[in-house]
Design a protein around this ligand. Structure first.
Ligand code: DC
Length: 233
């Protein structure tokens, strides 16, 4: 049997702490594809904006800032590092503060347009698993495979709390923060978070990352074995 084509785009979307990024990283590794975490780009812009004291509610300022910024996602053996103006800020970007700021500035259509352009460039050659909020709906509407991961609010809150309990306070405040981000991401006018009509939904509430990836691989097998007799690596 032949292998999976080397140039597909696989889109993974879903709300905060649904397990997208871990699943995307594992799946990319299994397929020999590159993993691109689009949220890191929004967080990188948030980092620069906070550093400069820019107003997160002003899209003109943010687009201008972006045009003066070199933003690079450089692949490594473990995944990728994020460089802003040459500085490696990968670790700083994981903080809840950056995540919340990214959610705030991602409501602006003009900011999204610029970052979507970059995401399309990065994925243009294919061989990519990209995760985010609008990958299957806006960035790559023709992606070969689209997954939408979700999990209960309680479970997502618990995951966030385990990851960053120090900064987010109690489990209750963490849950509130997750619910607030859900509202902002789903209710914004520009490219709101929602499943693409042809996305495969996976509820990860009771699943670990390995099981999620196993289900994704089974779906990929099903699709490509049916049409092209293609197997995975
Ligand atoms: O994936 P993440 O949780 O790190 O993303 C942080 C924020 O960035 C998220 O709350 C909304 C925004 N985002 C987006 O609007 N579109 C994407 N494709 C990725 C992230």
């Amino acid at each position: 049997m032949s292998r999976l084509p080397p140039d597909l785009v696989i889109a993974i979307d879903g709300p905060v702490a649904a397990g997208k990024t871990t699943a995307a990283r594992l799946l990319a590794r299994r397929l020999g594809y590159c993993h691109i975490e689009s949220g890191a780009m929004y967080r990188a812009l948030a980092w620069k904006a906070l550093k400069q004291g820019s107003d997160l509610s002003d899209p003109v300022v943010l687009v201008n800032l972006l045009s003066q910024t070199t933003l690079e996602l450089r692949p490594t053996a473990e995944g990728f590092v994020v460089l802003v103006d040459g500085e490696d800020i990968t670790d700083v970007l994981r903080s809840p503060k950056m995540q919340a700021a990214a959610s705030v500035l991602s409501v602006h259509a003009s900011v999204r347009e610029k970052l979507v352009e970059k995401q399309r460039e990065l994925g243009a050659q294919g061989g990519v698993v990209m995760d985010g909020r609008d990958i299957g709906t806006v960035v790559f509407p023709d992606a070969a495979m689209k997954f939408y991961l979700t999990a209960s609010l309680d479970e997502r809150g618990r995951r966030r709390f385990r990851e960053s309990s120090q900064e987010l306070g109690t489990i209750e405040t963490t849950l509130e923060e997750v619910a607030k981000r859900d509202r902002r991401d789903t209710e914004r006018v520009a490219s709101p978070l929602k499943p693409a009509p042809n996305a495969i939904l996976i509820d990860t509430t009771l699943l670990g990352p390995e099981e999620v990836v196993r289900q994704m691989e089974a779906e990929i097998h099903r699709k490509f074995n049916n049409s092209h007799d293609i197997s995975l690596a």
